[in-house]
Ligand binder design. Structure first.
Ligand SMILES: NC(=O)c1ccc[n+]([C@@H]2O[C@H](COP(=O)([O-])OP(=O)(O)OC[C@H]3O[C@@H](n4cnc5c(N)ncnc54)[C@H](O)[C@@H]3O)[C@@H](O)[C@H]2O)c1
Length: 338
């Protein structure tokens, strides 16, 4: 009897390859049986590297395979909702990368299909599974810093993605800030209102593609706390990922991770190396933990730790942030269907 979860990965780009590698190398309870990508050579290269038996171009070849029990959707963001619906109709459990879609109609159609099919859906908010963020969450849950008053998230990428990616990403609020919106909810609960100030300061081509690359977003939480998110598409010193929550009894903060813990001290400087450069390194542990949690929730038939609703609400926040930026005013989530 094979009691491993048989999984297909859809989309073998940057993150699809990480998930495929995790499934093959870090999760003994799973078996990666097929990699699919519309760019067949990407699927083939990924499968060859990892010793996966099958690479296909058409996701129908994954969905029609009755032996496949679950899929990991890591295709371009504008394909997720449609692929969730097809996978649900085929009776597959689903792990889907963020965002589910940029439109709430599409998200609701996808969540309806999941519910009707009775399959599980987990959304890829990996940062919740980072050990630092887990520790911050525990500090808040256990009241270590009293009542939270403020939250600050600094979240800056080392370099912008390719313009082809920008065009199908839904824009920075939906692609990048979405993780920070989720982190805000994860740590301090629901947000009522956002105010976004944003600009194109890194690369005019991003502006020409209709997006922004720099933003500060002020959040008002339902519990009265106030938060900020600080985003840039380009921090020249590498991936900058910091969180602080300040409260009545103190503060809890996490810093960047470095490849080593070494400082070099001379009569001129105290130096250390740059932080881990990007998500593939910085969040590797979180990707392992989230995929292990997905496989476990399917095999044990328990609720997924990040649900469809958890996938929907940050999109509402992103829509409110976009409208706030466009109209230059604070926007309540209820204005955009929250
Ligand atoms: N959670 C995270 O930390 C994280 C990190 C990066 C990307 N992502 C998300 O993962 C998704 C992919 O991002 P990426 O950086 O890997 O992009 P990418 O462009 O590197 O890879 C996307 C891959 O999907 C393939 N693809 C596109 N449409 C497809 C379709 N219809 N069927 C099958 N394959 C298709 C492309 O050929 C490409 O190989 C995006 O939604 C992105 O938001 C999440």
């Amino acid at each position: 009897v094979n009691d491993k979860l048989r999984v297909g990965v859809i989309g073998a780009g940057r993150i699809g390859r990480i998930h495929a590698q995790t499934l093959v190398q870090a999760i003994p309870q799973a078996e990666l049986v097929t990699v699919a990508d519309i760019a067949l050579e990407s699927a083939q290269a990924c499968a060859l590297d990892l010793g996966v038996p099958r690479a296909v171009k058409d996701i129908a070849d994954v969905l029609n395979d009755e032996s496949v029990q679950a899929v990991v959707i890591a295709s371009a963001s504008d394909m997720h909702a449609e692929q969730i619906i097809l996978a649900a109709q085929a009776g597959k459990h689903i792990f889907c990368e963020k965002p589910i879609a940029a439109s709430l109609e599409q998200i609701d159609a996808a969540l309806d299909a999941v519910e009707q099919a009775g399959v599980k859906l987990m959304v890829g908010f990996n940062r919740r599974f980072d050990p630092n963020h887990q520790r911050i969450k525990r500090a808040l849950d256990e009241g270590e810093i009293g009542t939270p008053h403020m939250m600050h998230i600094v979240s800056r990428d080392p370099a912008p993605p390719p313009l082809d990616y920008v065009r199908v990403s839904g824009g920075m609020f939906f692609d990048m800030t979405i993780h920070d919106f989720d982190m805000a909810r994860f740590l301090l609960g629901e947000v009522d209102e956002v105010y976004a100030s944003a600009n194109v300061l890194v690369d005019p081509a991003i502006g020409s593609a209709g997006d922004v690359d720099t933003a500060v977003i002020v959040l008002k939480f339902a519990n009265g706390a106030i938060g900020t998110i600080d985003n840039s598409r380009q921090a020249v010193y590498g991936y900058d990922q910091r969180v602080e929550v300040f409260g009545s009894g103190g503060s809890v903060a996490s810093g960047n991770l470095h490849p080593d813990q070494v400082t070099v001290s001379t009569d001129q400087h105290i130096r250390r190396g740059l932080p881990l450069n990007f998500f593939m390194e910085r969040y590797l542990t979180s990707y392992r933990v989230e995929m292990a949690e997905f496989v476990r929730c399917v095999l044990r038939d328990t609720p997924p730790p990040v649900t469809g609703v958890d996938g929907r609400l940050p999109v509402v926040m992103a829509q409110a942030a976009l409208r706030s930026y466009q109209e230059n005013r604070p926007v309540r989530l209820s204005e955009v269907g929250g």
